[in-house]
Design a protein around this ligand. Structure first.
Ligand code: ARG
Length: 462
């Protein structure tokens, strides 16, 4: 059915229809479309713009459509241009005359602005929930690994020892910021565009405050031209999701490295890895690789959407229809990545012994050995040189600093005493790093208490 057939004489060309239609993708928010219509007609009746009987008939009709779509009884048929026309045409065929009154004081422009907002708002809550679930998993890993020593890296070179808990806490911080960003988007977007009409409001005495309240918004938007063309919140959401998948991608990259034969820091569960069709020894980290790769789709949607919006004169232009496929795909991708990633890390085993041996082997305690000399009166620059010599010696002899005899130490500097072993043990190196934010147990315990409070305290979007 065409909502705008009256003014037109020629039949619409099929190619034009196919290019123009959006039902094939905006059917995704049929629920939000019906929810919006229900609020609209409830308000129309309260204002005396439609009768109580018409309202009742419309509500019953809309409820029936909703149930029939959900049960699969009602299918989306191609001849309709979009979900709005589809629902309206169905309503009219179900309840007759009354159905024709639903669209009073409304345009598809404010209707679609509302639907997209309702959809994004629901999805923000879901993404927030999935991010929280991931953070809960990270908390568990942290709690179990406060003393799991591993090398910390810079430039992917072993640098100083840290713990697995400390490493994972870095990601906890990233996802914490991600949730804050989602909450920010929610706060800014949560105003209702319904009642803005095509662009200039309407002459009907609508109660916009009332519909806003019925739909759980903080209030109505304050400019009708902006309302029908604002997709800032879509861009903000795409940006927030881009950061989420970027963080997931970084973490995936680390897991891929940790899972390699060279590292063997982790063992992926069979359910989250795949074999090779030709090489029987392989266990590939496909899920982590796919998460890493899918990041591009979300960034792509962000760039596309910024581009769609950059040349749009006020108010609504059809360009805006492009917001949907991009955003729906980015949302589904982000949710999929979050859920799969959480499953992957919650079933992954950490090889603590391998991590610890790696930290021991890579001279990650070299800074602490230099600090030992400094504490015994050697200038830091000289200490740096002495330890450099020792490292070179160890590389030649293929041993760790801790494995050298005291005589070997003394041969390079007489300052070394028996207590050097204690000073450069992994435990000491980590424990001495006790400032807040550092890997030492006391510092990590303090951070963990705060992490718990923050996770519990961070508002759950309802
Ligand atoms: N399918 C359209 C969209 O997604 C709905 C609004 C249509 N409005 C119009 N004036 N053609 O943007």
């Amino acid at each position: 059915m065409k909502l705008w057939g009256g003014r037109f004489t020629k039949e619409e060309n099929q190619l034009v229809h196919n290019f123009n239609e959006s039902l094939s993708f905006d059917q995704k928010f049929y629920r939000q479309d019906i929810e919006g219509s229900m609020a609209h007609v409830t308000m129309l009746a309260k204002q005396g713009i439609v009768s109580e009987e018409d309202k009742e008939a419309i509500l019953i009709g809309l409820k029936g459509i909703l149930e029939d779509i959900q049960s699969g009884k009602l299918e989306f048929t191609k001849e309709h241009e979009d979900i709005h026309s589809f629902v309206e045409a169905n309503l009219i065929s179900r309840i007759g005359e009354a159905g024709k009154r639903l669209h009073t004081g409304r345009s598809r422009n404010d209707q679609v602005a509302l639907d997209m907002k309702l959809y994004c708002r629901d999805e923000i809550k879901e993404i927030d929930r999935l991010t929280k679930a991931l953070m809960e998993e990270l908390l568990k890993i942290m709690e179990e690994n406060l003393d799991t020593y591993m090398p910390g890296f810079t430039h992917l070179q072993k640098a100083q020892p840290v713990t697995l808990a400390h490493h994972v806490a870095a990601y906890f911080e990233m996802f914490k910021r991600d949730r804050q960003r989602l909450h920010d988007v929610y706060e800014r977007m949560n105003y209702c565009p319904l009642g803005s009409g095509a662009l200039a409001g309407t002459t009907y005495p609508l109660d916009r405050e009332y519909t806003a309240k019925l739909l759980g918004f903080y209030g109505p938007t304050l400019n009708s031209m902006d309302s029908v063309s604002d997709r800032d919140y879509v861009i903000e959401l795409l940006s927030a999701m881009s950061l989420i998948v970027m963080h997931l991608s970084r973490f995936s990259e680390e897991i891929i490295i940790w899972n390699s034969n060279e590292y063997r820091f982790v063992e992926l569960d069979d359910a989250y890895s795949t074999g090779s069709s030709i090489m029987p020894q392989k266990k590939n980290p496909d899920i982590a690789e796919l998460v890493r790769a899918k990041t591009g789709r979300v960034y792509g949607a962000l760039m596309s959407m910024l581009t769609v919006m950059k040349g749009i004169p006020l108010a609504y232009d059809k360009d805006i229809q492009e917001d949907k496929e991009l955003t729906f795909d980015a949302i589904d991708t982000t949710k999929g990545c979050l859920a799969l990633f959480t499953g992957m890390i919650s079933t992954m085993t950490f090889r603590k012994d391998v991590m610890e041996a790696s930290a021991k082997k890579g001279f990650t305690n070299a800074t602490d050995a230099a600090d030992y000399l400094v504490k015994h009166g050697v200038a830091f620059r000289d200490a740096h040189g002495i330890i450099g010599q020792l490292v070179l010696y160890c590389i030649e002899k293929n041993k760790a600093l801790d494995d050298m005899t005291l005589d070997e130490f003394k041969a390079v500097s007489p300052v070394f005493e028996e207590d050097i072993y204690e000073a450069i043990s992994l435990k000491t190196c980590v424990e001495k790093r006790a400032v807040i934010g550092a890997p030492g147990r006391t510092a990590m315990e303090q951070a963990l208490t705060l992490f718990h409070q923050q996770l519990d305290g961070q508002r759950t979007l309802k």
